[in-house]
Design a protein around this ligand. Structure first.
Ligand code: HEC
Ligand code: HEC
Length: 303
């Protein structure tokens, strides 16, 4: 925060409290020339206005409130950049709560993901975790908290966010693959081809890709598109177009689409590229929780 805004806020805040005290002081002094408790000299419908002082209890309450305000601003951050005598911050508070919750639940997570025989030092097989109803339930809760905003609360994904229940994987579906994906994140890089290939060639290769999943297309365009595909796209998607999990390049021969399978969307993808990003979780969640999440995701795919 710049010094100017810091001073601005401080002046307005303190000014308001002093303003309140000033108002009290003004209302409290009797400069009407009428003695306390006597008539101000006018009446309406027989109701007379008397020069009564403010009630004492009210006056003191007002003063104590203002003093309370000053004490609060001395102890807590509220005056611009001033940090307060207690050094309280919402971040500290949050971290304290999180770490006390972590302490409480770490033992629970640990018991669920490690083997009893190893005295809870070695990880269980994820395939076993995926069969343990209690571990899966906890994994699901972690998923709802951390993953559902992108992958959906049922893990079925959305445009650009893969479905995690269809046993169809960009980055591989072994327990090791899934755990690696969650631990370290993934970045799918599909380059943009419009400036490289131009409209005509993009059109031909789009025809080829559309034909790959079984739709009828113009055979001559398809053959020309295949040439382009082999030269330009096969390095990542494979000569058979079945994809490459190492790069997260999707299989283009099935009917499962990350970004949509209409001709228009496919052309859009090829022209302008795509850049799907799965965040890294190792630092945020730690390996125990990620192991539970892996078990949960894995369990969604074993039928
Ligand atoms: C900010 C959005 C976002 C969040 C939050 C998120 N993901 Fe993802 N995730 C993605 C995207 C996007 C991809 C696909 C990456 C790509 O296109 O290359 C992905 C990919 C994956 C994959 C690989 C799927 C495959 O087909 O190989 C798994 C597994 C996964 N996420 C699990 C999780 C889990 C578990 C969590 C919660 C800890 C999570 N994700 C949270 C966006 C997200
Ligand atoms: C450098 C590697 C690379 C090359 C070369 C490449 N792609 Fe891709 N492609 C990818 C990756 C990675 C993705 C997934 C992007 C993501 O996860 O966001 C992708 C996604 C796609 C998709 C979207 C699939 C879906 O499920 O929605 C299509 C279609 C596609 N590529 C076609 C092509 C065509 C056609 C070419 C050649 C002109 C090509 N790609 C060249 C890496 C590549």
């Amino acid at each position: 925060m710049s010094t100017f805004w810091s001073i601005w806020i401080t002046v307005i805040t303190l000014g308001s409290i002093f303003g309140c005290l000033g108002l009290l002081w003004m209302c409290n002094k009797n400069d009407t020339g009428v003695k306390e408790g006597e008539s101000m000299g006018h009446s309406f419908d027989g109701i007379e206005e008397l020069n009564n002082p403010l009630p004492t209890w009210w006056k003191y309450l007002f003063i104590f409130t203002c003093i309370g305000g000053f004490i609060y601003f001395a102890l807590y951050p509220g005056l611009g950049a001033y940090k307060g005598l207690l050094g309280w911050t919402s971040t500290n508070e949050y971290q304290r709560e999180v770490s006390s919750a972590d302490d409480k639940y770490a033992a629970v997570f640990n018991k669920l993901v490690k083997t009893e025989e190893s005295n809870f030092t070695e990880y269980r097989e994820i395939t076993d975790i995926a069969k343990d109803p209690e571990a899966v339930k906890v994994g699901q809760r972690l998923f709802l908290q951390n993953c559902s905003q992108c992958h959906g609360s049922d893990a079925r994904g959305a445009k650009g966010f893969p479905n995690l229940t269809d046993n169809n994987w960009l980055y591989g579906g072994t327990t090791t693959d899934i755990k690696n994906t969650i631990m370290h994140g993934r970045n799918g890089v599909m380059p943009a081809w419009l400036s490289v290939l131009g409209d005509k060639k993009v059109d031909l290769v789009t025809t080829y890709v559309v034909g790959l999943s079984g739709r009828r297309v113009n055979a001559r365009d398809e053959a020309a598109g295949k040439e382009i595909f082999l030269q330009t796209c096969a390095a990542c998607h494979g000569a058979d177009a079945k994809g490459m999990t190492m790069l997260g390049a999707p299989n283009l021969t099935d009917k499962i689409w990350l970004y949509g399978g209409s001709r228009k969307t496919i052309e859009q993808t090829i022209k302008y590229g795509r850049n799907g990003a799965m965040p890294t979780w190792s630092k945020i969640l730690g390996e125990d929780k990620i192991t539970l999440l892996t078990g949960y995701v894995y369990s969604l795919n074993v039928k």
